[in-house]
Design a binder for this molecule. Structure first.
Ligand SMILES: Cc1ncc(COP(=O)(O)O)c(C=O)c1O
Length: 444
């Protein structure tokens, strides 16, 4: 593959953009020595500026359940753009989109639109504090909820020697520039462990406004919840008078029409959505039952935003929801089946080549990690055993063969409704080649 155009763009970019792009994970940290600059996408494919074609399994970090430039999305945007991009007024399409969402989310009475998962999570936490009058929040090691100061604690992988006792995890700030006060009220607990949560709630529940968590740990590869765990968290929250806040930024409108809440039969007090919801446009939402959502009425808990509910993005969201609801939500079933098949066959490719690659998934979210464990069940397993450099090598070898696996070593890969059987077969063949080359190198 030639990368001359990307290389040239990277040189220019380094003069005007930090790390040559607009988020560290897109730059040389994950794509060495420079990232492929992508020019165009269609269906399951993207093309870079050198004309290289890739089957895309990174899919904008999960923002594209219907793939790139889906004809229905292109049609609606082309039609509506001539009517204005954004009014910052109340909109008909806003009402229609919210109606569709509420229909798909039995645990939700009302929604409020925002732009990004980070903003939605920031608002969710503020609502929890406002409603309960309590200051502390509890999050989990390895869970990421965007880059709001109060949630930037213990989200990144760390050396196991930094983590402390599981009963009292060391709270590790994820960034410079945070005031100690910004995370002073953020408690951290180990995930997938009911006893650990019960212990913290028993001693601190009276001060905790909400327990906030991802339903599937999706910023350490893909770590599913243990059977019964999520329901136990919900029950413990109720027992200790703490709000249960489920962050479905990744899982919402992806794993099922009603997300993790539907899959595991949950009734969260606060839910946030993003990513898949906008089908590539920056649309996020905070949602919940009436008695929770009324907290952001004027004069109570503040939530504003010039760009909230952007007209074009809402047309894309509405169209995506309509399309994905067709034939009894067939799109969700299709995405999941593709994710299951990729997982099974990647694991087989690992076994065939003797590589210690394990692929875990929940439906359309899957991720290969290199570890000697049979299963990664929590953040500490991930930090202690997963060989991130090996994933970086594997994903680079995949991209060299035209298969775009995420360069981000701790995120995950995803399927969309547009992946074909031929895409899957080609990707599995490439994985076999990549693992074979890695085995040869390992064997000497
Ligand atoms: C679970 C979760 N919540 C929130 C966010 C933040 O979303 P955004 O990147 O749209 O700000 C992310 C982003 O990866 C996420 O994975």
């Amino acid at each position: 593959m030639q990368h001359k155009q990307s290389e040239g763009l990277f040189e220019r970019a380094m003069d005007v953009l930090v790390e040559g792009c607009s988020s560290a994970s897109r730059g040389p940290m994950n794509y060495k020595p420079f990232p492929p600059y992508i020019r165009k996408g269609q269906g399951s494919r993207v093309w870079d500026v050198d004309g290289n074609e890739y089957i895309d399994w990174q899919l904008s970090f999960g923002c594209l359940p219907m793939g790139h430039a889906h004809p229905k999305i292109v049609d609606v945007i082309q039609r509506e753009v001539a009517g204005g991009t954004h009014f910052a007024t109340a909109l008909e399409v806003e009402v229609e989109t919210a109606e569709l969402m509420v229909k798909m989310l039995p645990h939700v009475d009302k929604v409020r639109f925002a732009n990004t998962g980070t903003e939605a999570c920031m608002t969710g936490v503020r609502m929890a504090r406002g409603i309960t009058g309590k200051r502390k929040i509890l999050k989990f090691e390895g869970h990421y909820h965007g880059w709001y100061d109060g949630l930037l604690v213990s989200s990144n992988p760390q050396y196991v020697t930094s983590l402390g006792h599981p009963n009292d995890p060391v709270r590790i700030p994820d960034s410079s520039g945070l005031t100690p006060g910004s995370w002073e009220d953020t408690l951290v607990c180990v995930w997938n462990n009911v006893d650990a949560l019960e212990r913290v709630l028993r001693s601190n529940g009276h001060e905790i406004a909400c327990v906030v968590m991802e339903g599937v740990m999706s910023n350490m590869g893909v770590i599913p919840p243990k059977p019964g765990y999520l329901k136990a968290v919900e029950d413990l929250c109720k027992a200790f008078g703490v709000l249960f806040y489920l962050d479905e930024t990744v899982t919402g409108f992806r794993l099922a029409p009603g997300g993790v809440a539907e899959l595991y039969g949950l009734n969260p007090d606060i839910v946030t959505y993003g990513k898949a919801l906008g089908q590539g446009f920056p649309i996020a939402a905070i949602a919940g039952p009436d008695h929770i959502m009324e907290s952001i009425e004027y004069g109570k808990v503040l939530h504003y935003g010039s760009h909230n509910a952007p007209r074009l993005g809402l047309f894309a969201t509405k169209t995506m929801l309509e399309e994905m609801s067709r034939d009894n939500y067939a799109g969700y079933k299709k995405m999941s089946e593709i994710g299951d098949q990729m997982t099974k066959r990647l694991n087989q490719a690992a076994a065939d080549t003797g590589q210690n690659m394990r692929v875990q998934n929940i439906g359309s979210m899957f991720h290969p990690v290199f570890t000697d464990l049979d299963e990664v069940t929590n953040y500490r397993d991930f930090c202690q055993t997963v060989d991130l450099a090996k994933y970086a090598e594997f994903s680079q070898k995949m991209r060299d063969q035209g298969i775009f696996f995420s360069g981000n070593k701790i995120l995950h890969n995803l399927s969309c409704t547009e992946h074909t059987q031929a895409d899957i077969d080609a990707s599995i063949e490439a994985a076999g080649n990549a693992l074979e080359q890695m085995s040869k190198k390992t064997c000497g």
